[in-house]
Design a protein around this ligand. Sequence first.
Ligand SMILES: C[S@@+](CC[C@H](N)C(=O)[O-])C[C@H]1O[C@@H](n2cnc3c(N)ncnc32)[C@H](O)[C@@H]1O
Ligand code: SF4
Length: 417
Amino acid sequence: MQHLITGRARSFEMLRVLPQWPDRLIEPGLYLHVPFCKTLCPYCPYNRVPYAEDLFAAYERAVKQEIDLYAPYLKGRSFNCLYIGGGTPTVNWPGLIAILRHLRKAIGDIGDMCVELHPGAMGGDCLAALKDIGVTRVSIGVESTSDVWLHRIGRSHDGPAGLAAVARALSMGFASVNVDLLFALPGQHLEDWTRDVRRVIALGVDQLSTYPLFTFAYSQVGQKRKIHKVKRPPHRVVKAMLDFTDQYCQAKGFRRCAVWSWLKPGKAKFSSVTRHHYVGFGPSAASMTGTHFYVNTFDVRAYAGALPAGRPVALSMPINRRLERAFWLYWRMYELTVKHQDFLAVFGAGETLDALFGWMLKPLVAVGMMVHTQEGYQVTGRGAYWIHRLQNAYSLAYIDHLWGACRRHPWPQAVTL
Ligand SMILES: C[S@@+](CC[C@H](N)C(=O)[O-])C[C@H]1O[C@@H](n2cnc3c(N)ncnc32)[C@H](O)[C@@H]1O
Ligand code: SF4
């Protein structure tokens, strides 16, 4: 990422400094983090703790207070989407519905709502309540369709339960249903993977997202290397897995909408981190506001204790003009399409994509990683593979470092990225 911004290596410092309020938002999205799960998967890098009723009650109270603090800056605005992630957002679904009602009352209409679902926490009542409150897109963590692999990675559900959960969500009539699958699991063969992809597509899903298993140093797996007894597949197998997914999904009428996702035409995309600006609520929620990038404390009790007196921000970093544009470009490349018109719509006239980033985009075209289109640039299949490698490296270097520090201490003094 740093090369993208300056053309040379540079580090960034996030400090324990309160950022400016979000008063310069462009096309903002909202994020809500629900940091609880019934069982904790050993490979999981996300901020989550075992579900406990009293801790959830403290969280629910605090998140409503955090929303109230931000309401003067957000009320009456239009939002691109509210993304609800976790943890397992529906671990206590009546509590989630109460938070969403509060959010609507405090801020107004919030447009599309997207929720991450776990196959073990999405019964009929829960799905009906989500539909009723206005959830439009859901994503289900199926991860694998095989009991053997689910057991090896320490999931709490089996293959049939994952598939049944998808069928249940599809029957509810949400505007879009995405399924997450994990690949590049230690010891996984291409045949295991092709079976997973075929089974999920056959269910009639609207979108498929496939993530290579990351092993973050601070995760349980990273520390104990529990599922590392068997080696991760070599790069050529990982590449073959991605190539198969791309060819199979295209043959079934899907188009690639991001490095790791394929979508049915006409369907709304389920995606989390790619909005231009966003404001996050809840422990560990990040915000990108145009003036700052910041993260809330990861510790649920520290988060609840900080409210309502102050903002629960742990670390922040000012965002300058060039850095903001580099973030925008990074996520557009992850989504495989970079359009002049989109750049103009977000940043206005006065500067152009080529003037700012031509030095990097043109060589990528020259080596076949991107092509020129009438609208701008398109990442090729070859380019997508290298962005997949870059995204792996970015996740491991930046996220591991920042999230690792925030998990060690509720209020770290500084983190250098
Ligand atoms: C927060 S989870 C989804 C909701 C729910 N908690 C669940 O697990 O089903 C979001 C997604 O992140 C992905 N994920 C989790 N840990 C991962 C890891 N170590 N590497 C890559 N992807 C991971 C999984 O595909 C998972 O579905
Ligand atoms: S993968 Fe999902 S269910 Fe498992 S611990 Fe992470 S957030 Fe919880």
